[in-house]
Design a binder for this molecule. Structure first.
Ligand SMILES: C[S@@+](CC[C@H](N)C(=O)[O-])C[C@H]1O[C@@H](n2cnc3c(N)ncnc32)[C@H](O)[C@@H]1O
Length: 260
């Protein structure tokens, strides 16, 4: 899901109004499968992390799953409302996970170093400026132990131009209805998604709210180069959720970057 635009593309209001409904919207998302896939990539690259930072963790579903699987985790996200839910859920499950409200591009976690950083569900497409994404890669690398890894996925330009965010739901048995319509600008490679939501809390009266989200499509080669410039020695790219090389029509790519 893309973030809300403003003059600062990584606005702190992103994922604000939608935050209380995010887990409901994601109820069909196979987080367990994603975690299994990340573990498969770690294994394939001879990595055995003990500590994991979940960057752009949102409501922390993946963070909690990793912690329950024995990793020592932490979460960072730009959105206070998303993090409020992450903290509440972790507390409910008796999990001691530190969550920090920070922008990936300026992330500063002091002396903290992790064996692995992950960022799932095209979160980094929400950074719209090349220099801020490059800055995020440098900040991530600075918080990784030598030999550690950074795994993340990005929507491809192909996916964004295909209108993947044109979605709607208005089922009568669904309390949350939504209608998303996207536009892709080939020049800027920015996809703008106008989202309208309405929620029936049970009273029969719908509360409506809107968010306009944006994502930028990045090319595989520029991302690979920026990761190397940031201090990652080896970068491997896979077609989403597989260990196959990227295809011309891949809609999601996973990057595995290993620090020297
Ligand atoms: C689609 S959600 C994914 C959340 C989580 N990774 C998941 O898989 O459910 C994207 C998240 O990225 C966060 N985000 C967007 N830009 C960010 C930035 N510059 N720094 C940190 N988090 C950011 C948003 O606040 C949002 O929580």
């Amino acid at each position: 899901m893309p973030a809300t635009p403003s003059s600062n593309p990584t606005t702190p209001t992103a994922f604000g109004a939608v935050a209380p409904y995010y887990d409901h919207l994601m109820s069909g998302v196979p987080y367990r499968f994603w975690i299994a896939y990340v573990e498969r990539l770690w294994k394939k690259h001879d990595l055995a992390p003990k500590s994991v930072l979940d960057l752009a963790c949102g409501t922390g579903t993946a963070t909690r799953m990793l912690q329950q699987r024995g990793y020592q985790t932490a979460g960072v996200d730009l959105s206070g409302p998303m993090l409020a839910i992450a903290r509440e859920r972790a507390k409910d499950e008796d999990l001691a996970i530190p969550f920090d409200e920070q922008d990936a591009a300026d992330m500063d976690l002091g002396d903290a170093r992790f064996d692995a950083v992950i960022s799932l569900f095209d979160s980094l497409n929400n950074i719209l400026e090349d220099n801020r994404l490059q800055s995020a890669f440098r900040r991530i690398c600075a918080h990784i132990n030598p030999g550690g890894s950074f795994i993340f996925d990005l929507n491809t330009e192909f996916a964004l131009e295909q209108g993947m965010f044109n979605q709607s739901c208005s089922r009568r048995d669904e309390p949350l209805h939504y209608r998303w319509r996207s536009r892709y600008n080939h020049e800027t490679r920015i996809c703008t998604v106008n989202m309208t939501f309405s929620y029936d809390p049970g009273s029969g009266e719908r509360e409506t709210f809107k968010e306009t989200h944006t994502q930028k499509g990045y090319a595989k080669d520029e991302i690979t180069q920026w990761l190397r410039n940031a201090g990652f020695a080896a970068v491997t790219v896979y077609d989403g959720y597989s260990t196959d090389p990227p295809r011309k029509r891949s809609d999601r790519l996973f990057y595995v970057a290993v620090k020297a």
